[in-house]
Design a protein around this ligand. Structure first.
Ligand code: BES
Ligand code: ZN
Ligand code: ZN
Length: 460
């Protein structure tokens, strides 16, 4: 499916009309109401006689309504024998286009029979300026969909080595360089925490370091992602029902990868690094154990109390590596805790950090991107919960409560003093992978974090 923006559009089979403020001509109004159309939020109705799908927008100040409405109309149209469509909207063409690009996504790689739709072209009338703007929406959406594909791919296909291979192919035409640390180099780097998690897997770990360095960049952003290509829980094995979907435990790594691609593709004037800790958490005779004491890259010791709290162990070494790059902004993204999903629900990313102003910058990126976030505040009492009697810290909190925050506070130990105020931790355990469709997101990987970070990068 292709979206074509031009000043005049003719020769189309069908139309999508966005109806804002109930502004609808008498003829169509009668028929629409006859068909049960009530002008609800993002409600659609197909008027066969006029070859139109109507989309009602009650609150036109919320761009999300245009995205969701566009997605609904597209899904219905794809079941028709229609090749070309024109979209008529009084406002928010970017949002409509985004709803179409993201709503058109399907993951049918593993289906032997693929559903095909006739729909080829969608026309939007617009000026040259609007055309450029929609092209930029297309670029970001492309990487959101790339992220979804990578997250949805199963763990025998995507493991640390093959993850790097897929990314190298994807960045071929982008001004991004890629450095990969393999087993030997990780040992030389003293990444004892990351290496312990990786030990029982037949797939060696990797740390992938992507760099986008435009000329005259004024700020340097270092992104760090949790790339657990599978999380079985390790010896603290997950129960069967919790293990499924854990191919999605690489979503943070995928999101930072897709975000740097989006930044490079838009040509943003920010230097961006993406560090991805790629590891598979498995069981076996060589597995790391509850009771082990690990030494992280920064020299701190960690008492392992639960091998399923592995993401923070991988991020620990990656965050310390990231500090070497002297970031102006340091942001990590991870499907880190089930507790974050308990706190905020499936659809929101948990934001943690020490700097209120920086958090607000991320809230504003949330507003602009449409990605939902919620703040989870640190405090001194929760910090007590990760103390260990025998090591510098324990890898889990001693209470049943506050697990998303204690995980964030664990990571804090690996962010050097001078970067504490430049750091944000984003827990995407909820929205990264949802086992049902929501809005313009598909079942499975959503690409959470990509639009959020891209908006953040645009603003700094
Ligand atoms: N990858 C999981 C977190 C997760 C859970 C992500 C559900 C997405 C959906 C993480 O490695 C994990 O297992 N965390 C444990 C931590 C606990 C052992 C302290 C959890 O959340 O239960
Ligand atoms: Zn785990
Ligand atoms: Zn995990």
């Amino acid at each position: 499916m292709e979206i074509i923006v031009s000043k005049y559009c003719k020769n189309f089979d069908y139309e999508i009309d966005f109806i804002v403020d109930k502004k609808l001509g008498k003829d169509l109004k009668k028929e629409a109401e006859f068909l049960g159309f009530t002008f609800g939020e993002c409600e659609i109705v197909n008027i066969q006689s006029a070859k139109k799908i109507l989309v009602s927008i009650k609150d036109s100040s919320d761009k999300e309504n245009f995205k969701i409405g566009a997605c609904k109309a597209l899904k219905l149209l794809k079941t028709f024998q229609v090749e070309s469509v024109k979209v008529n909207t009084p406002a928010e063409k970017d949002a409509v286009a985004e709803g179409l690009f993201l709503g058109n996504y399907t993951f049918d790689k593993y289906k032997s029979e693929k559903k095909k739709s006739k729909l080829k072209k969608i026309f939007i009338e617009g000026s040259d300026k609007e055309k450029i703007s929609i092209e930029n929406v297309a670029k970001v959406s492309k990487y959101v969909n790339f992220a979804r594909d990578l997250v949805n791919s199963h763990p025998e296909e995507i493991y640390p080595e093959s993850f790097v291979k897929v990314v190298k192919k994807e960045i071929k035409d982008l001004p991004i360089s890629c450095k990969v640390l393999e087993q030997k180099e990780l040992e030389k780097e003293n990444m004892g925490s990351l290496l312990a998690v990786a030990r029982a897997s037949r797939h060696e770990p990797r740390v992938m370091h992507l760099t986008y360095k435009p000329k005259n960049a004024k700020t340097k952003v270092v992104l760090v992602g949790k790339g657990l290509t599978y999380d079985s829980g390790g010896l603290s094995l997950k129960p069967a029902d919790f293990m499924t979907t854990m191919k999605s435990d690489k979503s943070g790594g995928v999101a930072v990868t897709a975000s740097i691609c989006a930044a490079a593709s838009l040509g943003l004037d920010v230097e961006v690094h993406a560090i991805v800790g790629l590891v598979e958490n498995m069981i076996g005779g060589d597995a790391y154990k509850p009771d082990d004491v690990l030494v992280a890259r920064n020299g701190k010791t960690i008492e392992v109390k639960n091998t399923d709290a592995e993401g923070r162990l991988v991020l620990a070494d990656c965050l310390d590596y990231a500090c070497d790059l002297k970031p102006d902004y340091l942001i990590d993204m991870a499907t880190l805790t089930g507790a974050c999903v308990v706190a905020l629900g499936d659809y929101s990313t948990g934001i943690m950090g020490h700097n209120g102003k920086l958090k607000h910058q991320m809230f504003s990126a949330s507003e602009k991107s449409g990605e939902l976030v919620g703040s989870l505040p640190f405090n001194r009492y929760l910090k007590e919960l990760i103390k260990s009697p025998i090591a510098d810290m324990s890898n889990i909190g001693s209470s049943r409560y506050g697990g998303a925050i204690t995980a964030g506070l664990f990571l804090d130990n690996f962010v050097r003093e001078e970067y504490k105020d430049k750091w944000l931790h984003l827990d995407i355990a909820g929205p990264a992978f949802v086992e049902k469709e929501w809005g313009y997101n598909p079942h499975g990987g959503s690409g959470a974090g990509v639009r959020l970070i891209t908006e953040f990068l645009k603003d700094i």
